[in-house]
Write a protein that binds this ligand. Structure first.
Ligand code: ATP
Ligand code: MG
Length: 558
């Protein structure tokens, strides 16, 4: 390809709309442009990387025995009503009507379509197992599209669905996908962790998220260096050894006292002001749920995990109460809430259990209570594991140290069981002629998100540094003196011979200053640069440079 003919609209300035580095660099390198919130056009460089990632996915899916299909993006509401998700999915599902006023949606995922298809096409155990996949555009009307293609509304996903006769087969299919995913992300040059997203009671875990490690990741993950425990922070169990202050447990309950804490709302402010440790405080957080308002208590140095709290309360709606509700329930503004004399249910984290003579808000402006005690001053309606894991927590499996990192969820594999096959009566006849439900699994990879995650892990202050496997081009030829015939002839010769050797190569044939070319070269991140300049060429030399470390790997003689 010739740079001069390609649409690569690089930007010098930092785009104001971008919050993470991958988004900034994809815009600056001219890979994508925004059409509307969460909706992007892929320009030639963006599309080229997309195709590379898709090819890797295709190769590994095919190798794992999956077959490619292409299902419609527009789906009739009828299927979604059958599965119950027409109601359940909420506003993320983009719905519309055709000219006959019939309801449709733009597919955010394809369990309904594929299970309906299989229910009609598969009759016998002889047709199983099956794994069908597609690489296709999805639409999810995300509440907060952000970070460019990382969380778009329209995005490309590889989704696969497996169909098996029995549990054993389904587990085998799952394992095959797990292995294929590892190979895919390894081949994309990513540092990732497969974390348990849900632990099955029997036979281990059946949902894994593939997380690319990056500080900008939206997900918290924890993993143990000593054993293979690796989970999403929302699922991470706390090792319950609340031995804290054992001596203090024997301590007498002291007289409760109200103290003035003018303007001190946060744990940090209050503990500093009262000259105590944050862990001597108990935080009272008020939440609204579909079953009413509740209070949740955690130790001052702990953070509530809303997903864990939601699971513990078995509710679907959980929102931190606004100032008005907090005032109604506690009689005080946020920051001074406490558990005493509340007319709502109070739940507490296990970490609060052994605490004595602690500090809470006094449900009064500018006041806290000290020497508060459970049982004497208020009752707890239930204890649960509702806080985030901290750096100093130990692995719940083996008790050793853990790591807490951030990650971008690029893939998700899931054992579905018979959830959808029952809804759509996807059955088969076994070898004895008995009708059974097909056992399913589903497996997703976000293509755009994988690309963004790759940039999060591979960049420097000058731009993107593509892993060779997914680079839009493998080699960039940089002739520095475009009016010099020897420079141009040599460049063209090298360009042609690389093409003859099936390399992906682009030549920067633009009539631009070397400085401009170098800047763009580093920004778009092609892994190998071949620099051809008049001075070197006079001595028969060209320069070959690795983008990643700027290292010159050799001066080839021509
Ligand atoms: P998230 O929790 O990030 O919203 P999800 O659990 O909804 O993800 P899945 O339904 O498991 O995602 O979809 C499979 C894959 O599709 C994800 O692992 C991710 O890589 C990708 N994906 C999901 N939503 C988006 C989005 N809005 N933009 C880009 N990629 C997405
Ligand atoms: Mg989602």
């Amino acid at each position: 390809m010739r740079y001069s003919k390609l649409l690569i609209p690089t930007l010098k300035e930092m785009p104001a709309e971008a919050e993470v580095i991958s988004h900034t660099l994809m815009l600056r390198a001219g890979m994508i442009r925004k059409l509307a919130a969460g909706i992007y056009s892929l320009l030639p460089l963006g599309l080229s990387v997309t195709k590379k990632v898709e090819d890797i996915i295709r190769e590994e899916m095919n190798r794992a025995g999956a077959q490619e299909v292409l299902l419609p993006a527009v789906q009739p509401a009828k299927l979604w009503k059958e599965s119950g998700r027409w109601e359940e999915y909420g506003k993320e599902l983009l719905r519309f009507k055709d000219r006959h006023e019939r309801d449709f949606c733009f597919g955010p995922t394809h369990e309904e379509v594929i299970t309906d298809l299989i229910s009609k096409e598969v009759r016998s155990y002889r047709q199983l197992p099956l794994n069908l996949y597609q690489i296709q555009t999805k639409f999810r009307d995300e509440i907060r599209p952000r970070f460019g293609v990382m969380r778009g509304r329209e995005f490309i996903m590889k989704d696969a669905y497996s169909f098996d006769c029995d549990e054993k087969g389904a587990e085998k299919s799952y394992k095959k996908m797990y292995d294929a995913y590892c190979r895919i992300f390894e081949r994309c040059g990513l540092k990732f962790k497969a974390v348990e997203a849900e632990t099955g009671v029997i036979g281990g875990s059946f949902s894994h998220e593939f997380m690319v490690l990056a500080d900008s990741g939206e997900e918290g993950i924890i993993f143990c260096n000593s054993c293979n425990y690796a989970v999403n922070i929302d699922r991470a169990e706390i090792r319950i050894e609340e031995k804290r202050d054992e001596g203090k447990n024997k301590e007498e309950m002291k007289e409760i006292k109200k103290v003035s804490t003018p303007g001190m709302k946060t744990v940090e402010e209050v503990s500093k002001y009262l000259k105590v440790r944050p862990q001597d405080l108990v935080k009272t957080l008020i939440f609204e749920t579909e079953n009413g308002i509740i209070a949740a208590l955690v130790r001052g140095d702990h953070q509530i995990n809303e997903t864990k709290l939601k699971n513990f309360l078995d509710c679907t709606i959980l929102v931190l109460a606004g100032d008005e509700t907090v005032r109604e329930v506690t009689g005080a503004p946020s920051g001074f809430a406490g558990p005493i004399d509340l007319n709502i249910s109070i739940f507490a984290d296990h970490g609060v259990k052994g605490m004595h003579n602690f500090i809470t808000g006094a449900n009064e402006t500018d006041a806290h209570n000290i020497n508060v005690n459970i049982g004497r001053d208020f009752e707890i309606n239930g204890y649960g594991d509702i806080r985030n894991v901290k750096e100093d927590d130990k692995c719940p499996r083996c008790g050793k140290d853990i790591n807490i990192r951030r990650g971008v969820e690029v893939g998700h594999i899931f054992k579905l069981g018979t959830k959808y096959s029952q809804m759509f009566r996807a059955t088969y006849l076994d070898s004895t002629g008995e009708e059974r439900f097909i056992i399913m699994g589903c497996y997703g990879i976000g293509v755009g998100r994988t690309i963004a995650a790759a940039i999060e892990q591979n960049h420097d202050e000058n731009g993107i540094i593509w892993p060779m496997s997914i680079a839009p081009f493998q080699v960039l030829i940089l002739p520095l003196n475009t009016n010099d015939t020897t420079v141009m002839e040599t460049s063209e010769n090298i360009y042609n011979s690389l093409i003859d050797n099936n390399m992906d190569v682009v030549i920067d044939d633009r009539d631009e200053r070397p400085g401009v070319k170098f800047k763009d070269a580093d920004l778009i991140g092609i892994p190998l640069q071949i620099i051809i300049g008049l001075r070197n060429l006079k001595e028969g030399n060209i320069e070959i440079k690795i983008r990643r470390n700027g290292e010159e790997i050799g001066r080839a003689h021509v």
